[in-house]
Design a protein around this ligand. Structure first.
Ligand code: ATP
Length: 281
């Protein structure tokens, strides 16, 4: 039986996945597999030349697809020089398979913290975390890039500092999406190449944080507005982020509202450490 392309390429990739100790380019020693993404496998590896830990992404076998995607991700990472974003290190093809090497960021994803480690966040803590993420997203937008995948598995926390990873879906602002069908789908997913798609994703990100401390009282399904005991300001911000009300046009307006909610703390003055103390003490 002939398998559809999607399955056959994944089956081939499955056969070719690297084991612990495998050496790539005489330089990157595989330590462990981190996970399989939509267009390849990510590994933690040790760079023998520098001694540092790196993430190596192995593309699918069809070079022209994952090769182009890795080139784009590399171009975006090269444009972004920020301590809370992984640095691009290397791109290469080995045995016909494209690879992308980047800085490994330590920390737990918000997904792990909430679902595996049972962390819970109050409204104040959720919006403090959102504020820290927005600081990095403001930088990303200022560089003309939209991330388009700001979900709890792609935001890491390490000693109270947030890191944003996985720029596989990121695009430059206004970049056209080639096929009409893809465009319609991307619109449905609110993944337009505009800042609004990041605000929409961060609206859901914030809801995940808020729901971490929610205890259901009935089995009846209700909307987040009925279930979560939120302040009027928090509700208003979320409604705009989720495009229920007129969406934010730019990140500065969103940051202003979040700062006001957090008690008028002035942007830039509020240090990450204040959030750290609230989250970890
Ligand atoms: N720079 C990084 N630092 C630390 N961990 C990373 C880094 N990049 C990826 N990871 C981890 O590697 C795993 C796989 O990541 P990858 O981006 O390939 O796919 P994904 O996020 O699982 O899926 P998708 O491609 O659908 O977004 C994830 O668990 C992610 O947390």
């Amino acid at each position: 039986m002939r398998l559809p392309y999607f399955f056959s390429s994944f089956a081939r990739l499955f056969e070719r996945r690297y084991r612990k100790g495998h050496l790539l380019r005489q330089r990157y020693r595989i330590v462990e597999e981190l996970g399989m993404g939509s267009y390849g496998i990510a590994y933690l590896a040790n760079d023998l030349q520098t001694g540092r830990n790196v993430v190596v992404k192995q593309g699918r076998t069809r070079r022209n697809i994952s090769g182009a995607l890795f080139q784009r991700e590399a171009a975006i990472l090269r444009r972004l020089q920020h301590p809370q974003i992984p640095k691009w290190y290397d791109t290469f093809v080995e045995e016909g398979i494209p690879h992308l090497v980047m800085e490994h960021k330590e920390g737990d994803t918000l997904e792990t913290l909430i679902f595996d480690k049972g962390h819970t966040y109050t409204e104040h803590q959720s919006f403090c975390l959102l504020r820290d993420v927005l600081e990095v997203v403001a930088y990303i937008h200022a560089k003309g890039v939209v991330h388009r995948d700001l979900r709890i598995p792609n935001i890491l926390l390490c000693d109270g500092t947030v890191f944003i990873i996985d720029f596989g879906l990121a695009r430059f602002f206004g970049e056209p999406i080639p096929h009409l069908e893809t465009y319609v789908l991307e619109k449905q997913l609110r993944r337009e190449t505009s800042a609004k798609s990041d605000f929409y994703a961060l609206g859901h990100f914030t809801l995940f944080l808020l729901y971490s401390s929610y205890e259901p009282v009935t089995k009846e399904e209700k909307s987040w507005e009925e279930e979560l005991p939120l302040s009027a300001e928090a509700r208003c911000i979320l409604r705009k982020m989720l495009q229920i009300d007129r969406p934010y046009d730019n990140i500065a307006a969103l940051i202003r509202d979040v700062d006001q909610l957090l008690g008028g703390e002035i942007a830039g003055k509020r240090s990450i450490h204040s959030t750290k103390q609230q989250l970890f003490c």
